[in-house]
Design a protein around this ligand. Structure first.
Ligand code: G6Q
Length: 572
């Protein structure tokens, strides 16, 4: 029955995946099994965990608390084969132009290739260039960290400010935030992204120009917010230091647009190259990771790459049924397309991973938030889910209520380390216990008889029990994955981030969309320019819809009124 992964299969997906036999079988299977309760599945099969878990290194994925049977998994694997997951994966690793709309290769896997094997993009082995940039990053980060590279007045660099946005911010930011225990004492990393000057101003208040290194991170070196922040940071620096020459010791750039970086005033030596086959949200493994190397040291950055490489190897070689990213992707498709789940939650039970949901929001929603398929047709099924989440245990005292008793299905990932980086009293045991208790409660729920027994045991009078008990019942059957790992090391983090990258990739293949463009981001970049022009003069604006006109004119009214008052105050 198992379909072979051939190009014929891959091209079969060019009609609509929903017409395929695999999809139709899943649909029928869903109808037949939609009322199965995980509580019963666990009760009837003591081997359930054993059947539905995968281990890779120190990472354990327990996916037994999902609304699946062996047959569900078999059919989902069949769907992956029908969609050509293996052949698309191999095309990506081979440097083919899988980013169809931009006609580009997608080669972030080469950035963390720790083997001696060549990796080709358009006939060129890109590994020598990658190694060269990594070496340049090592030399510079070592020099800054050892104090050999100093500020203009001979003092040590104590603060690194990354100026970038989107993919040139979130990746290095989540790694630096998550890897704080590995950071060098006396060195701080800051990330400025927002066009709101508050972000830059509040950051600058915490640093001194003579001990600050700015990393201007922008693949294009044209992104409005980044250029605005970079210009303002440079003006702040020059204002306090007063020497153009000093800029060379305090500003470096990471970009694909060397010329623009040089025009900004950064010398060629201080420019770190990225390539057009590195997508923004997949770029933390490239020189966009320079703040990581500076903050954590190059050895730790390379451990991060090793972790990602280990996941790449697993993704490339493990059979689909034992393949972590494939299984996580298929479970996501199962809930998204058959249970109509609109969102997917990520709950890190680790304070260090508190920004992981924000990072995954970009990775997943920018990649798979698409309506047009690879053939340019509108899809007639749901694509990427809304990704959201907050660290446990905080979420438990807030939105978990909806997970337990709300009307919407929300599949969730729980991530938790076995060992804390900050052992202190009973904290970690409490944290882990809460994590396990939540996934257990979501799966098991509380039956009517359990709720009644509990109320009786608590001595609640019968008439009160009658009005109360329905509120105390928990349906359960709420799916979750648990990713349990030894400790949050750079290597483990690298593997986890790569796991999610590949999960997103597999889902994109199944939904037959291009996960590697971002027309929505570009549209946003276009829109603001016009309105900015309108805001820069006093005349009333009439050129947009009544809402946009009114908002522009309201702001103008208040802004110019305040300006006039300030001018009046100055004169009087
Ligand atoms: C990511 C997107 C987007 C991009 C930013 C910054 O995949 O393309 O988030 O990273 O718009 O772009 P630059 O690096 O060119 O400034």
């Amino acid at each position: 029955m198992a379909a072979k992964n051939t190009d014929a299969h891959a091209s079969a997906s060019n009609s609509s995946i929903t017409d395929s036999e695999a999809w139709q079988q899943l649909k029928a299977h869903f109808q037949q099994n939609r009322t199965l309760h995980m509580r019963d599945l666990f009760a009837s099969n003591p081997e359930r965990f054993h059947q539905f878990h995968i281990r890779l290194g120190d990472i354990l994925l327990d996916y037994s608390k999902n609304r699946i049977t062996d047959e569900t998994r078999r059919l989902l694997i069949e769907l992956a084969k029908t969609a050509g997951v293996e052949s698309w994966r191999d095309k990506m690793f081979a440097g083919e132009h899988v980013n169809l709309t931009e006609d580009r290769a997608v080669m972030h896997v080469a950035l963390r290739n720790r083997s001696q094997q060549a990796m080709y993009v358009d006939g060129l082995d890109v590994m020598p260039e990658i190694r060269q940039v990594l070496q340049k990053m090592r030399v510079f980060s070592d020099a800054v960290r050892s104090g050999e590279a100093r500020g203009y007045n001979g003092g040590r660099i104590k603060s690194i400010i990354n100026i970038g946005i989107g993919g040139s911010d979130l990746g290095p930011m989540v790694v630096c935030e998550s890897m704080k225990p590995y950071a060098q004492r006396g060195l701080n990393a800051y990330f400025v992204s927002n066009a709101d000057a508050t972000h830059l101003q509040e950051t600058l208040k915490q640093v001194e120009p003579e001990s600050t290194l700015f990393v201007i991170s922008s693949k294009s070196f044209t992104t409005q917010e980044t250029m605005l922040n970079a210009d303002s940071a440079k003006a702040w620096f020059l204002d306090l230091v007063g020497s153009e020459k000093a800029v060379a010791r305090h500003f470096v750039a990471v970009t694909n647009n060397t010329e623009a970086a040089e025009d900004f005033g950064i010398s060629a030596d201080n420019i770190y190259q990225i390539w057009d086959w590195v997508g923004g949200r997949y770029s933390l493994w490239s020189a966009i990771g320079l703040p990581i190397a500076l903050y954590l040291g190059m050895d730790h950055f390379e451990e991060l790459l090793e972790g990602a490489h280990a996941m790449d190897q697993h993704f490339k070689t493990a059979p689909l049924e034992e393949n972590m990213p494939v299984i996580m992707a298929l479970l996501g498709v199962w809930y998204n397309n058959f249970f109509d789940a609109q969102s997917h939650a990520v709950m890190p039970y680790s304070q260090y991973l508190r920004r992981l949901p924000a990072y995954l929001q970009q990775l997943d929603m920018e990649s798979n938030g698409k309506t047009i398929d690879r053939e340019g047709e509108r899809v007639d099924y749901l694509t990427g889910p809304i990704i959201w989440g907050e660290p446990g245990t905080n979420g438990q005292h807030a939105f978990f209520q909806l997970l337990h008793q709300g009307t919407k299905p929300v599949p969730a990932d729980f991530l938790v380390p076995c060992i804390s980086q900050n052992p202190m009293g009973n904290h970690h045991r409490v944290l882990v216990a809460n994590c396990f208790a939540q996934t257990r409660a979501l799966m098991h729920g509380k039956t009517t008889s359990e709720a009644l027994d509990q109320l009786r045991e608590e001595g609640v009078p019968d008439d009160e029990i009658n009005t109360l008990f329905a509120h105390k019942v928990f349906d359960g059957n709420k799916p979750s994955n648990t990713l349990l790992f030894e400790k949050l090391t750079p290597k483990t983090l690298g593997s986890i981030l790569a796991l999610y990258e590949h999960k997103v990739f597999v889902q994109g293949v199944i939904w037959n969309i291009n996960s590697f463009d971002q027309m929505g981001v570009e549209y946003g970049k276009e829109l603001a320019g016009d309105i900015q022009g309108e805001l820069s003069h006093r005349e009333e604006t009439h050129s947009y819809d009544s809402s946009t006109n009114a908002l522009i004119n309201y702001r103008k009214g208040i802004y110019y009124h305040q300006q006039d008052n300030n001018n009046y105050d100055k004169k009087s």
